[in-house]
Design a protein around this ligand. Structure first.
Ligand code: MN
Length: 496
């Protein structure tokens, strides 16, 4: 039934990849043909061929910049469960790696979603598979992106809402954690109207209403900005408009009394420059000609966000009554902000070599994505009780974080409400077990002190200092709690 899906071509996918090898292309073609045959005759709720869904999943993965193995696994992700392909047959055709990925996605299963707290079993599976290979999660996200973008085709309203809600509560935050900004925005905007119908309409109307006026200021500013750049001899600068996604706008509006006039980044001007130095030069040029709004200059290049996001932000008065936000970054930073962890799969020669000589903070993927190693920790704790698992997971992935620094300037990312004891144990067990006190921004603080963004924290130690039962009331992270308890238990045993 090839006539059914004439528009789906495997070439479109391989053409969009960065220098695929002949082996890459052969693998993708093989998976495409296999999946097409496996799903032959199957249809989605909308009536379209089921193959459209797995094709879209593979295409999404190619768009994220993933490698050929992941794209192939994307085509095949529903063959075990929905097309009843035998696991051994799949293994014979595609090998262990692809079978692992497909099984990882399949295992996440089709459990009914009733909110994070009641979703423990499938979350466990997700985290176990993801801890072993992050690509399982990325395939799941590509799969979800297509499902949530085609929700209209689903006949049951309750099910549409459940899928959309799960997307907002679970998958979009995970995409954000992976630094995949574009994906996060798309997931949220597709899901938004299915969960909050009225709110979506309100936000949509507000944007329409405000947009024309805002654009007028923005375009006028844009023209003078380009003139100013030319005057300073700046070349190879690309500019574009970034329109804020509806869902993130709504979340922000809720913090600003639903007053859209207080939102300055409804549409922002995005400036892409060749080098890191250019970013700061452009910022200087802008501030030399337009007044910045106090308190709104953000240097996420020197201090990246916990998910790796880098950019300079400033908001200026245009001079004719308008206010405009400008975001300045290099092409590389832009690519990473859009694709996050997937951008590390895209470059064959390796992320590290490519960035040598650039900011040291861009270099260390593992440091930036610390939570990936935390996943491994979580896996360990899954042997323990559900309550602890859920608490830990929520803290690590879904709640707000604070970003503090060691005296050397190393960033440490902690859940909101964390204290110096939490920080000490996140850095090293020994540091925690011998902690004597803590200085924050040069001043001694109580061990109960709640860390704030950008605090510089110094932990002092003494061999004779040790955890006391009181410490359990002064730390919130499961890791610190566990280690303090472990220490106290050991003390008790050796005293007996
Ligand atoms: Mn699927």
């Amino acid at each position: 039934m090839t006539a059914e899906t004439p528009e789906l071509s495997v070439k479109e996918i391989t053409d969009s990849m960065q220098d695929p090898s002949r082996k890459d292309i052969a693998l993708i073609e093989k998976a495409f043909a296999f999946a097409k045959k496996a799903h032959e005759g199957q249809r989605r709720f909308s009536g379209e061929p089921y193959f459209n869904h797995v094709y879209a999943t593979g295409k999404n993965l190619a768009d994220f910049g993933m490698d050929s193995t992941t794209i192939a696994a994307g085509f095949l992700h529903d063959t075990l469960e929905d097309a009843c392909v035998d696991e051994q047959d799949l293994k014979k055709e595609f090998g262990d790696e692809i079978v692992f990925l497909v099984k990882g996605v399949t295992k996440l299963g089709k459990l009914r979603y009733r909110g994070l707290d009641r979703h423990i079993e499938s979350l466990r599976k997700l985290f176990i598979a993801t801890a072993k290979d992050i690509r399982v999660l990325i395939i799941k996200l590509a799969d979800r992106l297509h499902n949530v973008s085609t929700l209209e085709g689903h006949p049951k309203q309750a099910k549409r809402k459940r899928i959309a809600q799960e997307t907002l509560e679970l998958y979009a935050p995970l995409a954000d954690r992976l630094g995949m900004g574009r994906l996060k925005g798309m997931l949220e905007d597709y899901a938004f109207p299915h969960v909050f119908e009225e709110e979506f309409d309100t936000v949509h109307a507000m944007v329409q209403d405000r947009d024309a006026d805002h654009k007028k200021h923005l375009e006028k500013f844009h023209r003078s900005f380009l003139k100013e750049l030319a005057k300073h001899g700046m070349k190879n600068i690309k500019t574009s408009y970034r329109v804020k996604h509806h869902y993130s706008l709504w979340k922000k509006l809720k913090r600003y009394d639903m007053d859209i006039d207080k939102i300055y980044d409804l549409t922002a001007l995005r400036v892409i420059v060749p080098t890191l130095e250019d970013c700061y030069r452009i910022l200087g040029i802008i501030h030399g000609s337009w007044h910045p709004l106090p308190g709104r200059i953000k240097d996420y290049i020197a201090l990246p966000k916990p998910n790796g996001y880098q950019s300079l932000h400033t908001t200026i008065f245009t001079g004719d009554g308008g206010i405009v936000e400008i975001q300045i970054r290099t092409k590389q930073m832009h690519h990473e902000a859009e694709f996050g962890i997937a951008s590390h799969f895209a470059y064959k020669e390796g992320f590290f070599s490519r960035f040598t000589g650039q900011s040291r903070k861009v270099l260390d993927v593992s440091k930036k994505m610390k939570w990936i190693s935390q996943l491994l920790d979580l896996q360990e704790q899954m042997k323990e009780n559900d309550g602890e698992f859920i608490k830990n997971m929520k803290m690590n992935f879904f709640e707000d974080r604070v970003f503090v620094f060691t005296p050397n300037g190393d960033p440490i990312d902690l859940p909101k409400g964390a204290t110096p004891i939490d920080l000490a144990y996140v850095v090293h067990s020994d540091l925690g077990d011998h902690m004597a006190g803590a200085k924050v921004n040069g001043k001694l603080v109580n061990l109960k002190y709640v860390l704030q963004n950008d605090d510089i924290v110094e932990i002092t130690t003494k061999d004779s200092c040790h955890p006391t039962p009181k410490w359990l009331e002064s730390c919130i992270t499961p890791v610190a709690q566990r280690k303090v308890k472990y220490y106290l238990q050991k003390q008790k045993e050796s005293a007996e």
